[in-house]
Design a protein around this ligand. Structure first.
Ligand SMILES: [Zn+2]
Length: 397
């Protein structure tokens, strides 16, 4: 796409379009040529949710010639708080059907292409290759990474928007001229920060702000008017009502855009919500299992000083540094591999780290339990660890 060339080949506007887009045509920076470029342009909207709603409406209204819409979901009542392209009459209908009807009502000359599918590794190349500009309106990290990687591979600009609670982000990732999404975020965030895992809320008007800005960037990219947000990230704080722009640079070691196109392999991004490594057990479940006399070993990995306040009855004390030292020196700590182990610390952080190390050392992840929130949330009685050492308890049960 080169906005300044091929002017002679640009489509003409019919009399209805000349009337409809009159407010664009009288903008000195815009004019007839920019409007013709919009008509010649094509956009793929991935996701018709909160972000896709305003961008679909404004891009249809602005006179983009061809718009592809991708979504496999149906309209639900909980969507209507923010997904303003859909209405009550369309509850239960495909989002693509709902959005297409609204967009054609706004602009009957629009060429609209419905893709009633999930955006997946199998159709990513085919879908993105058909359009000039891609709008990322997804609500989950695996799809967002797939959109990014495919855009980098095919050399397409990716208009990115993200919203969470009261905050929004916007950028244009075009790896030919600046960073890609993975330059900034090489891997997905920890699960507790991933909105699709935490089901975090969002102020309904927030995606309206960010989605409208995405539409603005699309129009700039298609027409060549203005300066697109390449190499810059807009951060919007809805509570303060502040917009901050930060410079974002290409990462020379980016796992995707540092590669030649033919070496970029699309991959699934796996986010295991709620199950990092090993298993977790709540305090009440652990109490039940102990009361039932289940065969399990409770290992308190806190430091000896922390044991003074007491620990779970029957627990053996083996501080985290001691386990790590044993892993390095002997390849394994003095803990059985053939029994269920419940790792305990004060908050659940250190024990979680130890579980990762034990799995790496060959322990069965299915037999390793992390006490959720650690001793801080333990509601049961505590007992002195005293001089009990794991060796004394090995023969227990
Ligand atoms: Zn990159």
């Amino acid at each position: 796409m080169n906005a300044s060339s091929h002017t002679a080949l640009l489509p003409t506007l019919n009399s209805s379009e000349l009337k409809r887009f009159g407010r664009h045509l009288i903008l000195p920076e815009f004019g007839l040529a920019a409007q013709q470029r919009l008509k010649a342009g094509s956009v793929l909207l991935i996701g018709l949710g909160g972000l896709g709603s305003p961008s679909s409406l404004y891009l249809a209204a602005a006179g983009v010639g061809r718009i592809g819409i991708v979504d496999a979901d149906v309209v639900e009542e909980t969507n209507l708080q923010r997904q303003i392209v859909h209405g009550h009459a369309m509850l239960g209908h495909m989002k693509t059907e709902s959005a297409a009807a609204r967009m054609l009502d706004i602009n009957p000359d629009l060429q609209i292409e419905r893709h009633d599918v999930r955006f997946t590794i199998d159709n990513a190349i085919d879908l993105i290759s058909q359009y000039d500009v891609i709008v990322d309106g997804t609500d989950n990290f695996p799809t967002r990474y797939l959109v990014n990687d495919t855009c980098v591979k095919l050399g397409k600009p990716n208009v990115y928007g993200g919203v969470l609670r009261f905050d929004g982000q916007l950028s244009v990732f075009d790896a030919r001229h600046g960073p890609c999404y993975r330059c900034l975020f090489p891997e997905p965030p920890p699960m507790e920060f991933a909105p699709n895992c935490a089901e975090a809320g969002v102020l309904g008007v927030l995606p309206g702000v960010i989605g409208s800005l995405q539409a603005t960037e699309v129009i700039k990219l298609l027409t060549g008017v203005g300066t697109p947000m390449i190499g810059r990230m807009l951060v919007y704080d809805g509570l303060d009502l502040s917009f901050t722009t930060i410079e974002v640079a290409k990462a020379t070691d980016c796992p995707i855009c540092s590669l030649a196109s033919e070496n970029i392999k699309l991959q699934e991004t796996v986010m295991a919500c709620g199950a990092p490594v090993g298993r977790s057990i709540s305090a009440s479940d652990l109490q039940s299992r102990l009361a039932a006399g289940d065969d399990l070993v409770v290992v308190d990995v806190r430091n000896p000083g922390e044991w003074l306040a007491g620990t779970i009855s029957g627990a053996i004390g083996l501080p985290k540094p001691q386990i790590e030292q044993a892993l390095i020196q002997a390849g394994a700590p003095p803990l059985p591999k053939d029994r269920d182990l419940v790792l305990v610390c004060q908050s659940g952080m250190r024990s979680s780290a130890i579980i990762k190390s034990l799995v790496a050392a060959g322990y069965d992840a299915g037999r390793l339990y992390n006490l959720e929130l650690g001793m801080a949330a333990w509601p049961g009685e505590v007992h002195p660890l005293g001089d009990k050492h794991w060796l004394l308890h090995k023969a227990g049960h």
